[in-house]
Structure formats: C-alpha cells, structure tokens
Design a protein around this ligand. Sequence first.
Ligand SMILES: NC(=O)c1ccc[n+]([C@@H]2O[C@H](COP(=O)([O-])OP(=O)(O)OC[C@H]3O[C@@H](n4cnc5c(N)ncnc54)[C@H](OP(=O)(O)O)[C@@H]3O)[C@@H](O)[C@H]2O)c1
Length: 516
Amino acid sequence: MSDNKNDAPRSAPACEIVPERMTIEPFTMVIFGGSGDLSRRKLLPTLFHLCHDQDLPDNFAIIGFASTARTDEEYRALVKEAIEEFGDNEIHPDCWDHFSKNLYYVAGAFDDENSYRKLSQRLAEVSPPTEKGVKKVLYYMAVPPQNLPSIFERLSFCNLCKGTFDTRLIIEKPFGRDRQSAAELNTLVSKSFDEKQVYRIDHYLGKETVQNILFFRFANSIFEPLWNRRYIDHVQITVAESLGIENRARFYENASVVRDIVQNHLLQLLALVAMEPPIDLEADNIRSEKVKVYRTIRAMDEEYIDRFTVRGQYGSGEVNGSDSASYRDEKDIADNSITSTFFAGKFHIDNWRWAGVPFYLRTGKRLKKRITEISIHFKQPPLRLFSSTCEIREPNILVLGVQPHEEISLHIGVKHPGIGNQLYPVNMNFNYEKDLQGDIHFPLPYERLLLDCMKGDQTLFARQDGVEAMWTIVDPIIKRWESTHAPEFPNYKAGSWGPAKADELLATDGRQWRIS
Ligand SMILES: NC(=O)c1ccc[n+]([C@@H]2O[C@H](COP(=O)([O-])OP(=O)(O)OC[C@H]3O[C@@H](n4cnc5c(N)ncnc54)[C@H](OP(=O)(O)O)[C@@H]3O)[C@@H](O)[C@H]2O)c1
C-alpha cells in the first residue's frame, strides 16, 4: 500500500458509506387506473425494478383497478408489455415469476359500489399481513383528477379507508387547479383519510439533486453564514425543457405553464433554497419550514404581475438541430390558442433572511436545451481592486445543477498567470457521476418515492397547507393572465431562451440570466 498522498482517490470517503437497506413490511398496492399511461410508463416498471433489486418484501400484492374487463392473466400480460417497453431491467424469468404471481386485477367502474365490494373481497383474499397481523394497503390514484371524488366516496362508503386495513393514499399532481379547488379536494380527502395517511406525489422531489439541496445547505457550515441578504445579491432558478407538449395537448391546454411547473416544481425548489433550518429531519418539521417560505412570498397585485412577470408561447424554430413546429401547430391545439408555454417572474420573500433579495424564476417548453439549475449570485466585493480579463466582472456564483448534470459548482475569481493583476473566472466543480467513485446507484424519482410511501416517510410529499399556500401565490398570476389579452403569441422561437421581455426583466435590474 502506498503512503503517497497523491495516490489517494480524489473523493476518498471520510467514513464508510454503508448502503441503507430498508425493511419494507408486507403490503398491498391498489393502483386505481392500473392500466393507464402513468401506470404503464412509470409505476409498474418501477415496482418491477424494486422487486428486481430485492427492495420489496417477499410478500406483497399489486392490484390493478380499471374499467376494461380483464383477467389476472391478461393484466399480467399488460404489465409485462409495459415493463418491456418502458422498464430498464431485463426481465429475468425467476424475477418475473415472483413479481407476476403477486399481480392481480379488478375490473370495475370508479362510480360503482359493487366494484368496491369486489375490491374488498380481493383485498381480503390476497393482501399479506405484517408480522403483527396488520394488512397495509396503499391506494395509488393514477387517475384523472375528476375521478377522485367518486373513488374517495366509495372507498369510504365500503369502509376501505380506515379501520379494516392500515391504509395510505397516494395522489398524483395536479392537486386542484387553483387554491379553492385544492382546498375542496383536501376537504374531500380529509373526510376519508387523516393527513398522516396522505402522500401527494411530485416526482420532482424524488430527484437526488433536489434532495441534496437540504444536505448541501445544512451539512456544511461554510455557506450558511453567507446564505442571506447581506451576502447574496439574487437567486435564479431555471427549469428549461427542450421538449414540447408531447401528445398531452388536452392536459396542457387546461393547465398551461403556471399550473404545470410554477405552482409545484419551481416553488418547491425556491422553498428548498430559502427555508430556515428545520429543528430536525422529521417530515412535518421540514414541511413546516417550507410552508413558512410560501407564506412570506410577497403577494402579487395586477400592476406587479404586469411589470414583473413574463408570459410566452413558442413559435416554430429549431431545437437540437431539428425543425420544430409552433405550439399552435401541435396536434390538437387550436390555431388561436393563447395558452402560455413560458413563464418568467421576479419573486420577493419578505422575511429577515431574504428582504431585498429577488428570486428570478423561469421555465418554458421548447427552449434551447433541457436544463434545471439554481444559481446563487453573491454580492460583488465592496471595492474593485483588480481588473478583469473579461468585460463582465463575474460575481461569485454557486450553481446547483439538477439536470441533466447533477453537480455543484462554485465560480470564483483567481489571478491570471502573468505579470499583470488580471482577474480570471474559474469553477470549483463537484459532479455526482464523475466524482463519486464506485458503483453508485441513482434511484429514479418514483423508486425513492414509492419506497417512502411503503415505509411511511412523508418528507418528500406535499402537505395540505403547503399545496394551498403554493396556489395562493400563483392564483393571481393565472387570473390576471387569463383575463387580459396575451401579448402577440407566439412570442418566442422554439430553440431560443424565451421572449425578449424575460431578458428585459433582469436587464432593468442590471442583471442577466446566467444561462443565455
Ligand atoms: N401520464 C403521465 O406520465 C403522468 C405524469 C404525471 C402525472 N400524471 C397524472 O396521473 C393521472 C393519470 O394519468 P394517466 O395519463 O395515466 O391517465 P390515463 O392514461 O387516461 O389512464 C386512466 C386510467 O384510469 C382508468 N379509468 C378511467 N376512467 C375509469 C372509470 N370510470 N372507471 C374505472 N377505470 C377508469 C383507465 O382504464 P380503462 O381504460 O380500462 O377505463 C386507465 O387505467 C392524472 O392525474 C395525470 O395528471 C400522469
């Protein structure tokens, strides 16, 4: 063994990382909409992947519930096809045998009580008990939102929510389409389930780098003293997609960019950057800190919205070297659609930590490239002592890259070699894939979230008050945009960084988007 320090691996672990093995108790998952798009693309392949990796207990049951008449065998064939098409594991015969023998199907209509009686009977027959004799049942709502009331009412009527089984409810976004409908949905849910039983999934929170924001902030002492209005000039959050709406015309026309991305993903990222340290890592303590951030975001009136938010819709252009049609030329989109596919806005958080520090948020479809990143722009030094080789004097910027590269980099200025006093910008960079050695497995978002539901950990799931607080922030924007004429749509080219007004939003403040 060499004692030469230079031989040490670049990222030698300070302590041995023992992979956490979670013990999951026997459970049954009932997937309402078990044959739909979400189930086939995400849920069923992920459940198979977990089984393949031996993360599931020996005893489990998965029951698909949908209206088309099918036998268990036919459902197993549908699931196998979905895994072949969308899964990332080879289907090993032994693994498939084990997985498939635990798959069942109930054909029924969401609004038909008899279907729930059938389900109840099936649950009694196939759901495995835990060591303590309890039957854990997870209801996954992979269904269009309008079906939820029917399902909750009937589950409750047939005594399937509480009592007979130890149940949890997993709901997919969107959680309502404004604050009022979200509150109504929450009231409906709370008639049948306690908040402790409810898991509102936003798959974004299952991403490793999103979770890492908390670790980065609260496990390192050097940044926390700087993490406030005294040292930070502003924060930028970009969630850019190069894709268009991909056959989701009906959904997108109903939702538009604010409901699709701002209300959930962008505000979740903002909360992780801005929240105070929680007292511990208990789910409710973390979620309470996030809700406090939402409540301190300055409410926007109409004048503010007109001045400090920017909407856009993509026209034709070129994305990644290929011609790209305009939004209005996408399948099933009307020629005169005024749906926004781009958002930029300036947010203020009115608390002691962040007073006076603007948060610029931006998201859009058919932008130049797919990238999600948060950049923290620190203030310039009080005096300019050194000249710069670049025209623009770069401040220190901390970049948290979420996708496509999961990385953290710090931009600093160093002396350029030579006799002059030239300042030169360089990066200190940590990249998950390159810098972590060994066979590291990055769990996919649904993998992590499904395991958390099975374990009973609600940390990465939105809480009722958080969802409503997020709607309270964006409702005025949606209302204003829906009640006033859109600017000349389309107003940005596919493959660009959005409308010129988004650049002006920052330029007026003497700033510019980091990615442009
Ligand atoms: N697709 C995605 O990638 C994705 C991503 C994120 C969130 N989501 C959300 O997930 C939810 C489901 O989306 P999806 O795209 O999977 O929908 P979908 O493809 O339309 O699937 C709907 C499912 O519900 C069943 N169903 C519909 N009406 C029924 C009824 N009256 N009685 C019994 N079964 C009925 C359908 O089965 P039958 O055809 O047999 O009736 C099918 O299994 C939505 O809230 C969506 O916003 C979807």
